[in-house]
Design a protein around this ligand. Structure first.
Ligand code: ATR
Length: 277
């Protein structure tokens, strides 16, 4: 009989990751014999670790900073999202021993909106995305996969927004931060992907006066759960979705791959993580 599947969050450091809590909840809920732990991978050892992943004893796992790009480079095969990101957050060993990599951040973003704002993409033509880092890349990729016509990428450092716009093509437009006031009136969906508004970081200062009342507002920040952006948007009657579901939904494909059951993101899991924020 084969050993139970063994997965882990890998990165440096891994002590703050909430992934073990998420997967531990599902393992228990579905009564699965398997485990999900933490493996700290020293940057000096990282290439060797991912290149020889099978030797770690893991059958799969997640990858967090700073190893997402390196892990992707060590995989034998990547899914389309990981290819587009040049980074992966989910790994598994194929039956023939090859290392497979996926990037599920975009799936997490879409899963969250589909759960809490079903049908959001039916009328959405224009997105305004704040930020141009790794989270923005995954989110823009997923927005385009749902057929949004125009994605404005608004970033403090214009060059980074331009790099993304170049990668994603003519539906994406790089915009300097001071253009935000002119753009906000065109948004069907407004997304903060920067760390602004996170506990311990500076606030996101934004004037929502011109934002259409029907525009959906969401935030990749989930600590605090209700950011100032979401609070302001809610007060003026906009639909809002917090960022916690992105974290939870990005974990779904990995769990299904390693343990064979597609898990449900339920209220009990949300409550468990919220209690830990
Ligand atoms: P992640 O992978 O989580 O997206 P990241 O790659 O470090 O993290 O990107 C962080 C994003 O937040 C960037 O768009 C960054 O803007 P710059 O490209 O100009 O650095 C944005 N950001 C972080 N701190 C900011 C601040 N004080 N004001 C404006 N934008 C900020």
């Amino acid at each position: 009989m084969s050993n139970p599947p063994k997965a882990a969050i890998t990165g440096w450091p891994v002590t703050h990751s909430r992934s073990p809590m998420v997967h531990g909840y599902w393992l228990q809920k579905y009564g699965i014999e398997g485990s999900y732990g933490r493996v700290a991978v020293d940057p000096v050892e990282a290439k060797n670790f991912y290149k020889n992943f099978a030797e770690s004893g893991l059958t799969g796992g997640n990858v967090t900073v700073p190893h997402k790009e390196l892990a992707a480079a060590c995989c034998d095969e990547l899914d389309d999202a990981a290819k587009a990101m040049g980074a992966c957050n989910t790994l598994w060993l194929a039956e023939d021993g090859r290392l497979m990599g996926a990037n599920t951040d975009g799936i997490g973003f879409l899963g969250n909106l589909d759960q809490f704002a079903p049908g959001w993409d039916k009328q959405a033509g224009t997105a305004v995305v704040l930020g141009a880092g790794g989270a923005a890349r995954a989110i823009i990729w997923s927005l385009l996969s749902r057929g949004l016509k125009t994605v404005h990428i608004v970033n403090r450092t214009l060059e980074k927004a331009q790099d993304l716009a170049e990668q994603f093509g003519s539906s994406t437009i790089a915009q300097p931060w001071d253009k935000l006031g002119d753009l906000i009136g065109t948004a069907d969906i407004l997304i903060n992907t920067t760390a602004l508004g996170m506990t311990g970081k500076p606030p996101l200062e934004i004037d929502l006066s011109d934002l259409p009342k029907t525009a959906l507002v969401t935030d990749a920040v989930y600590s605090p759960l209700k950011t100032d952006l979401l609070r302001q948007a809610e007060e003026r009657g906009n639909p809002v979705v917090d960022g916690l579901g992105m974290l939870l939904h990005q974990a779904v494909p990995g769990f299904e791959r390693w343990f064979g059951i597609k898990p449900v993101v339920d209220d009990e899991l949300r409550a468990l993580i919220i209690a830990d924020l």
